[in-house]
Design a protein around this ligand. Sequence first.
Ligand code: C2E
Ligand code: MG
Ligand code: MG
Ligand code: MG
Length: 289
Amino acid sequence: AADSALYQAKRKGRANYQFYTSEFTAHAVNLLSIEHGLRLALLNNEFILHYQPQIDLKTEKVIGVEALLRWQHPELGLLEPDKFINIAEDTGLIHTIGQWVLYTACLQAKVWHNTGFPKLQMSVNLSGHTLLHDPKLVMHVNQALIDSQLEPHLLKLEITEGILQTAEHSIAVLFELKSLGIGLAIDDFGTGYSCLNSLKRLPIDTLKIDRSFIQDIMRDENDQAIASTIIAMARTLNLKVIAEGVQDAEQLSFLRTQNCNMVQGYIFSQPITAIAIEDYLRNHLLSPE
Ligand code: C2E
Ligand code: MG
Ligand code: MG
Ligand code: MG
């Protein structure tokens, strides 16, 4: 049927053919060109990392940064991950891209450790696809630690909550990762369906409260209750908790009353380049102990 539709469209002339193309295949063409672009991006070094500070609420000092991937696209400009991560995952390119992210972030962390920020933690997002499907993941993380000489406990991998209920296999891999001595955080917490029991049997040390609960926290009592419950639960389970997406002073003081450990959000800084974050760190340095 598609063939004959195409044939009809061609017979009707060029304008109609183009219409057919945009209706039915533009999406596929777009996917293909992004896939091709992603392959070139790896070769041409078009990926960069931006960093967002993670702040200790008690001291208001930076204790770590999260590495966030950007693509400096030759024509489209600076792209955020929502424009390309899905395609990277669907094509399997995410494993190689993730490896680049991991190496770059570990090497950068080590540079910062050697230039005045010795205890800075580095958080790196790990794709659920890689956790599930890349048999070399643990080896790559181990190799990145060896090559960068980064102290393992200063590396944190962030895994979205959604991936955890999918497979026993991913839990086994988490234990292998943990045995390297690194930290593990659950990202976007509250959006999945973890039960207390499953949290207890995972080798994780940090929960990150999803931004969607923080956004309306001063107006929405449900969000307030959810955030408070997550914070209290984390304390009971001996986990650290980070609130994501904190944008104003009211949200911050609410989180302080709940004894949330750490915050991340535009109120402190958007994700910025490595050079820009060095200035930021100089002014908000964690106290060296
Ligand atoms: P995420 O790991 O939950 O990262 C937090 C996202 O929230 C970032 O978006 C950050 O820029 C944004 N954000 C932080 N503070 C605020 C705030 O106060 N207000 C608002 N509105 N937004 C805030 P970004 O950088 O666009 O990344 C989106 C997602 O893409 C990340 O969510 C993560 O899941 C994924 N991602 C980013 N880098 C990587 C990577 O290297 N590998 C993989 N696999 N995924 C990545
Ligand atoms: Mg964004
Ligand atoms: Mg994250
Ligand atoms: Mg998140």
